[in-house]
Ligand binder design. Sequence first.
Ligand SMILES: *Cc1c(COP(=O)(O)O)cnc(C)c1O
Length: 381
Amino acid sequence: MQFRTRAIHVGNEPCPQTGAVVPPIHLATTFVQPGAGEWGEFDYSRSGNPTRKSFETTLASLEGGVGALAFATGMAATHCVIASLKSGDHVVACSDIYGGTYRLLHKIANRAGITVTLVDTADLAKVAAAFTPATKLLWIESPGNPRMSITDIEACANLAHGRGALLGVDSTFATPVLTRPLELGADIVMHSATKYIGGHSDAMGGALVVRDPALLKELYFVQNATGAVMGPLESFLCSRGLKTLELRVREQCRTAQQLAEWLASHPRVAQVLYPGLTGHAGHELARRQMGGQFGAMISFEIRGDLAAGKRFAESTKLFSLAVSLGAVESLIEQPASMSHASYDAADRAKHGIADGLIRISVGLEAFEDLRDDLESAFGAI
Ligand SMILES: *Cc1c(COP(=O)(O)O)cnc(C)c1O
């Protein structure tokens, strides 16, 4: 079955009891057992819930994994991976990284004696050099955040496996529509389902998908022991989101490409960071790894300082000033003061997060309307 058919049918079988085409939302926290000491498929909703299971089944199919685990948020999913490490372990992670992951690694994981090295993972020699004998995990994002750097997933998988480490990919920006890291050799795919998978700015969620049953078992153990599972209502909303994921993502990419090209020729823009532009350092790699579309996230640097960037981001009408991304509504933000505010100023400079950098999440509105909205914001700075 093709991707978009699986998105609708796998894990979404009609209810055998009532014939309902959409499986019911199971709110029950506990399940009657066949006998004392005998366990049915479900017993307690932290350990397993039919609605959550349904979403996990669909997502595992779309990513090509043996199974998926759904969490309350994306950070809970990433935390589950970190919690599976132990004191003394070392993590190599991309420097173009989600702000919350940066915080988790530097301000929580360190408390458990886990050390971290950030590198530009677009440069494989630097990645190789960052490994130590204690490295257990290589953690990457492609496209990266907020500079949209592209990392070679297959090469990173080979590199990590050659040194006895696992490769985890935060694939939130790419979605399984554009990139399927497990097929490229990655061990763990992570999603903030809050973004494209939910897709409508109305549900928080996270997920891990893996291809090794033993790793699934280990991560499930940590998830059940720590408890940050996805709730039944969110599971339903994420299952619904998956059904239209391919259509939404492809259309949002199409509009993003048009906007990126328009921005690249705008006199008030110093630089556009979008892998769909031929001038982007990761363009050729992205073409192979993302199948000809390049995502719907664009960063660009306007000519101006922090205050000008702030005025610009505050002046759009259709693009809402908000963090988050991936929904049908277009959003705009200033990484230096919003999504990456958890970075120290020195780290922002080191990671190329300029004061005039603006990040947009392109939604499903018409290209012309979004273009006109940005044009009027340029007039306000
Ligand atoms: C939002 C996001 C996360 C964190 O997910 P939450 O659902 O907000 O916890 C992680 N990685 C990326 C790339 C994100 O965009």
